[in-house]
Design a protein around this ligand. Structure first.
Ligand code: PRP
Ligand code: MG
Length: 177
């Protein structure tokens, strides 16, 4: 059998807490064929488009986004958890399952008119991606697409991002919670 991207993703029960099926992409990243396939498929809708920067969401979005940026010959911007970036930042709050969180970019990371591709490993509620999009847009840049390896459609992230007018690209989906 020829394996697809989804077949390289490991599911771990009851992590980070009971009742959760954790979709673990480390097994995809660790496989040479799997990782290349994931990166190639993530960037394929955007090859040949005029994109200035890839924005990767901490933490797994850094691994994918860096590889995508290299392949598209764009710059790479890390969207980081609060308190990690050394320069002047703008920050955006979002809601996690049980808590509030905040992500940041340097205030000169994006410029008006720039075209940006947002990359992360997984789309669940869409809260993290939405906050990332807001940061990019607050600096005047335009998000031309949002690319994920995994979509969890039952958590509503894709619908939320599409309602914002975003183009969402996901390599596979896991139904159910
Ligand atoms: C996970 C995942 C996405 C986000 C998706 O990251 O890697 O970034 O959650 O959830 P959402 O669509 O409901 O916002 P997490 O917050 O666990 O942090 P990490 O990537 O740094 O481990
Ligand atoms: Mg993450």
């Amino acid at each position: 059998m020829i394996k697809a991207v989804k077949d390289y993703i490991r599911t771990i029960k009851d992590f980070p807490h009971e009742g959760v099926l954790f979709r673990d992409v480390t097994t995809l990243f660790a496989d040479p064929r799997g990782f290349r396939m994931a990166v190639d498929q993530l960037l394929s809708p955007y090859a040949g488009l005029d994109i200035d920067k890839v924005a990767g969401l901490e933490a797994r979005g850094f691994i994918l986004g860096g590889a995508v940026a290299h392949q598209l010959s764009t710059g790479f911007v890390p969207v980081r958890k609060k308190g990690k970036l050394p320069g002047r930042t703008i920050s955006q709050a979002y809601t996690l399952e049980y808590a509030e969180a905040e992500i940041e970019v340097h205030d000169d990371a994006f410029h008006p008119g720039e075209k940006v591709l947002l990359v992360d490993d997984l789309l669940a509620t869409g809260g993290t991606a939405e906050a990332g999009i807001k940061l990019i847009e607050r600096l005047g840049a335009q998000v031309v697409g949002c690319a994920f390896v995994v979509d969890l459609p039952d958590l509503g992230g894709r619908a939320k991002l599409e309602a914002m007018g975003m183009q969402v690209h996901a390599l596979c989906a896991f139904e159910g919670l």
